[in-house]
Design a protein around this ligand. Structure first.
Ligand SMILES: Cc1ncc(COP(=O)(O)O)c(C=O)c1O
Length: 464
């Protein structure tokens, strides 16, 4: 189900004043409506699915409008501000980069680009790595898909197929889009025609040890998917690469170890490359720098974005030098990739994550939040199917009472009610709530936000 356009009718609120939250107007703030209406007149409705809050300032884990309201931010923008919004050291890095008067260099040699690349290579679990920088996540996905196809083509002209997991997300440009989502009839291009294929993602959540509860979501699930492709005439000799999110943004749970291990063994056996899209789950979001550390599998390519800078547009593809060196000079680059100001912001962000030990902090805070939200699940087990996640990558899956069907209406109503109480959340349009604040969030603020979710859910359920 897609998100609807959010309504612009102000709903009265009860004033909220806590150490972190302040709500003093109806939501949306009446004075914000003319500007939001102008935005809606100027841009497509695809941009109008989120709670209508006019962001004026975002600092740390707080977001403010200009009408006196302040929220604890559980969105991190779109899971991007891992180090926190407007971190002073990132701001300083951006300031000094602009004072250098070097705002763009394309692929000409530049030191900020070198510094970031060397840092990424030092973090990479892939031997003999190189890396390339882009601006958006989807661009980096395209690069990874192109590299996998080039690798395959060197083996055999027909070995260009890309396999992805249904429901995973990789971006909105053509190939990234084809690798994303569900195989629905509304797809504007038939995947098979361009050698993109999907296999089912593991169906059930994993146990806390990362093992599948049963074969249906482990190695057997992977093999069934691959067998079904072979039955359609798509054998591994026609597949160049497999792309997946090691910790998908929809489930916020690592893929089962046995699923990932089976995929890695199969890929190696058939000379298929494995790309892990860590655009959302990477850079500390899950309590480890790379989400794939939860799986115990090292891929051939890692794609980063979002939390790589916690701010300006930076993304990256990391992989073995032999693979990244397949395209010839001039064949793989981007005007803004490695932009010096963006690269400086990303480098400062990586340093902040390390110096402030934000990844460990996020893991500790996440555990406390899970604890609080699981209490709620215990009280409302008919309506809450799962509370799950790793680090500060947490999701609450709401169901229609006693069934396994997602309750989209209830989940989005709870998110909107939380926004009216000073906790900024996404409406997902898919029956779950996402708890993804900046990793720097104060533990008490995170628990306070979890309490607000509990209040809103309790009220909504008892009104039903
Ligand atoms: C897992 C994943 N891959 C790719 C993308 C696309 O990134 P971008 O929106 O920067 O193009 C996203 C963005 O939400 C994502 O979460």
């Amino acid at each position: 189900m897609a998100l609807g356009v959010t309504k612009l009718e102000p709903i009265p609120t009860t004033p909220v004043t806590s150490r972190w939250r302040r709500i003093v107007t109806p939501i949306p703030a009446p004075a914000s409506i003319p500007l939001i209406e102008r935005l809606r007149a100027a841009e497509p409705q695809s941009m109008a699915g989120l709670p209508p809050i006019l962001w004026d300032q975002a600092e740390g884990f707080l977001v403010r409008d200009r009408f006196g309201n302040q929220w604890i931010d559980l969105t991190s923008g779109i899971v991007l501000a891992n180090a926190g919004h407007s971190h002073p050291r990132i701001l300083e890095a951006i300031r000094s980069a602009t004072e250098q008067r070097l705002l763009a260099t394309y692929a000409f040699p530049s030191e900020p680009r070198l510094n970031l690349l060397e840092r990424l290579i030092s973090l990479s679990p892939i031997t003999n790595s190189k890396a390339i920088l882009y601006s958006s996540g989807t661009e980096a996905t395209e690069c990874a898909l192109m590299l996998m196809r080039r690798h395959g083509q060197r083996i055999h002209a027909q070995k260009i197929g890309i396999v992805s997991l249904a429901g995973h997300y990789h971006g909105r440009t053509l190939a990234a889009h084809l690798a994303s989502g569900m195989p629905q009839p509304t797809d504007w291009i038939e995947r098979g025609q361009v050698q993109h294929y999907q296999i089912p993602a593991p169906s059930s959540p994993t146990s806390s040890e990362g093992k599948s509860h049963d074969g249906s979501c482990g190695a057997e699930c992977f093999r069934n998917g691959i067998d079904a492709l072979a039955a359609r005439g798509v054998g591994p000799e026609r597949i160049a690469g497999l792309i997946l999110e090691p910790v998908p943004g929809t489930t916020t749970m690592p893929l089962p170890h046995d699923f990932a291990a089976a995929a890695a063994v199969w890929a190696k056996q058939h000379n298929v490359l494995l790309a892990f899209d860590e655009i959302q789950c990477g850079c500390g979001r899950t309590g480890k720098f790379f989400g794939s550390e939860h799986l115990g599998v090292t891929p051939d390519l890692i794609i980063l974005g979002k939390g790589l800078s916690s701010s300006l547009p930076v993304s990256a593809v990391i992989g073995h030098s032999a693979l990244l060196d397949l395209p010839l000079p001039g064949e793989m680059s981007s005007t803004h990739g490695g932009n010096p100001v963006c690269a400086a912001a990303a480098l400062a962000n990586l340093q902040v994550l390390e110096d402030e030990r934000l990844i460990d902090a996020g893991a500790r805070t996440g555990a406390a939040v899970l604890d609080r939200l699981r209490g709620l699940q215990h009280d409302f087990s008919q309506s809450i199917r799962a509370v799950q996640g790793v680090g500060l990558f947490i999701s609450v899956h709401i169901r229609k009472s006693g069934t396994d069907e997602p309750d989209v209406e209830l989940a989005d109503a709870v998110a909107q009610a939380a926004v009216r109480r000073g906790v900024l959340m996404f409406t997902t349009g898919r029956g779950y709530l996402k708890f993804t604040p900046p990793l720097c969030i104060d533990l008490e603020a995170a628990v306070e936000a979890a309490d607000v979710i509990c209040e809103c859910l309790t009220e909504r359920i008892s009104q039903k």
